[in-house]
Ligand binder design. Structure first.
Ligand code: ATP
Ligand code: MG
Length: 504
């Protein structure tokens, strides 16, 4: 994608246009020279045919080689970038082992390989230039000879014109070939950009006349009816005719083997893939009928990989600039990134109308170790690289809290963090989203054992859908055997029973 928007667009704008212009100019100039000379000395036509054949022959040889050389140059370029990126990522390791030299040499070798065809491009150019000049000169020679032979019939002025045009022929002819080769090579970029313009299907409309009000979804009731999904028309169904109903405020755990289609179902709520059949109805609204903006704003997801952007803490939490400082701090407090005391003093600052900037500055100057999350302008580097994995996850959670969504989707949100942080996040989710409907994909069955329902997926089919206690006590159920595999079966049964009794 980067290539299309940079290199290909550059070729189209800066190379293709001037080269095609030059090509047209030069070919017209060549043709007019030939027509002019033929008109002054008609016998030239006979020689002209031979010269053209010779010229065409040189041209074909030149073009064949240029094409190959160009291809060679472009396939030797990516290894340089690749090697460079790899080196950059592993630079600490390389330095630790004192092996800089090897990578330096590898890098130079790759650059050499890439430069080699460049040398031949010019050799080829010189080769062609010599032959084109030679052909051009033979045109001068022939037209001069013909003018001398017909000295008595033609006007001396005309003979002069014929000669001076013939002299400029070789330069134009040379450029015809060069420009043609460049146009041919660069037209490739047009093809590649064209592919993006016409061949890639756009997402559905972001806004439609049927969009629900901004407060949608108010209850968070989900109905999945006969849903089938596939990733592309030529691929098999990944989700096969699944139906289930989630009441407002219910917590549903989704489990299943790897590749069962759990993530697929979650992403289909955002319509990253459109249903092949069936529909998802949220609070009475069929989500396939509404614009993507309202849909995606209405739901919140905490993905497996916490996604952060380069910018400030604030820009990461409140992307659309919709919330005031206090509610942002509130959400940070609720996920535990700032303490209640810190929150209170920040609130005093905001309510008394003091500027936060000064507050932060005085904090920075103080000797104490200040919590960086009290400063909303704190820098977040690319992908949240300056934060720990758990902190990133908590920021994503705070971001969802800020939206206070009625529906929250979690895709193994806590799979890659330590048990303590996981427990803390799960607690926050339980407390803060008690009113919301939650769909959770979980690898640790313990996190979902006290949920209201469990959906067991198997090869895209919904195998079981019931309260975890009902499933775990049912002989031969898939969920039961999954729980048995964990080795903490008894505890899971106990937790499920507790939750079941509490619910009753
Ligand atoms: P895991 O527990 O490993 O995350 P999952 O249940 O989330 O598994 P999905 O990611 O939903 O599994 O994948 C379901 C099926 O869809 C798999 O067979 C997978 O190969 C296929 N699949 C996933 N993504 C794509 C894609 N972009 N294009 C084509 N097929 C895909
Ligand atoms: Mg998955």
């Amino acid at each position: 994608i980067m290539n299309r928007f940079s290199k290909d667009m550059e070729s189209i704008d800066q190379e293709l246009a001037p080269y095609s212009e030059a090509f047209v100019v030069d070919i017209l100039s060549c043709l007019s020279t030939i027509v002019l000379i033929t008109w002054i000395t008609p016998a030239f036509l006979i020689f002209g045919v031979f010269v053209s054949i010779l010229f065409g022959y040189v041209g074909i040889l030149y073009l064949n080689l240029s094409r190959e050389l160009k291809r060679f140059e472009s396939i030797t370029r990516s290894p340089i970038n690749q090697h460079f990126t790899e080196t950059l990522t592993g630079v600490t390791t390389i330095r630790a082992y004192g092996d800089e030299r090897r990578f330096l040499v590898q890098n130079m070798q790759k650059i050499d390989t890439n430069n080699r065809p460049f040398f031949f491009v010019w050799a080829n150019n010189r080769w062609m230039s010599f032959r084109a000049q030679f052909t051009g000169s033979s045109i001068v020679a022939i037209s001069a000879a013909l003018a001398v032979l017909a000295a008595r019939q033609i006007d001396s002025g005309l003979a002069g014109i014929s000669l001076s045009f013939a002299a400029s022929f070789s330069t134009s002819a040379l450029w015809v070939l060069r420009c043609y080769a460049d146009v041919e090579i660069n037209i490739n970029s047009v093809e590649r950009v064209q592919e993006y313009i016409t061949d890639i299907k756009e997402e559905s409309a972001t806004e439609t006349p049927f969009d629900p009000p901004a407060s949608w979804p108010e209850h968070g009731e989900i109905s999945v009816e006969g849903l089938s999904l596939r990733y592309a028309p030529n691929l098999p169904l990944v989700i096969k005719d699944i139906s289930f109903h989630v009441n407002s405020g219910e917590k549903v755990g989704v489990v299943g083997r790897t590749g069962a289609g759990k993530s697929t179902i979650i992403t289909s709520f955002f319509r990253f893939i459109e249903p092949a059949q069936g529909k998802i109805v949220i609070d009475g609204v069929d989500i396939t009928k509404i614009g993507l903006n309202s849909l995606r704003r209405g739901l919140a997801i905490i993905p497996q990989e916490p996604t952060l952007f380069t910018g400030s803490l604030r820009s990461n939490l409140d992307m659309f600039n919709e919330s005031d400082d206090l509610s942002i701090y509130e959400s940070l407090r609720r996920v535990g990134l700032i303490s209640r005391d810190e929150y209170n003093s920040l609130r005093t600052v905001i309510e008394s109308g003091q500027s936060l900037e000064e507050y932060n500055k005085s904090n920075e100057n103080s000797e104490e170790n200040v919590n960086k999350f009290t400063n909303l302008e704190a820098e977040v580097t690319e992908n949240g690289g300056n934060l720990s994995q758990g902190e990133r996850q908590l920021i994503c959670l705070a971001r969802s809290l800020l939206k206070s969504p009625k529906i929250l989707l979690l895709d193994e949100a806590t799979a890659s963090i330590d048990y303590e942080t996981d427990a803390m996040i799960q607690n926050t989710i339980r407390e803060e989203f008690s009113e919301s409907t939650i769909l959770t994909i979980a690898h640790r069955l313990k996190t979902i054992i006290d949920y209201d329902k469990i959906l067991v997926l198997d090869h895209g089919n919904a195998k079981e859908y019931d309260h975890p206690y009902n499933l775990i006590t049912k002989e031969g159920s898939q969920f039961r055997s999954m729980c048995q595999d964990t080795g903490e079966f008894d505890e899971l049964v106990r937790l499920a029973k507790e939750a079941y009794d509490a619910k009753k």
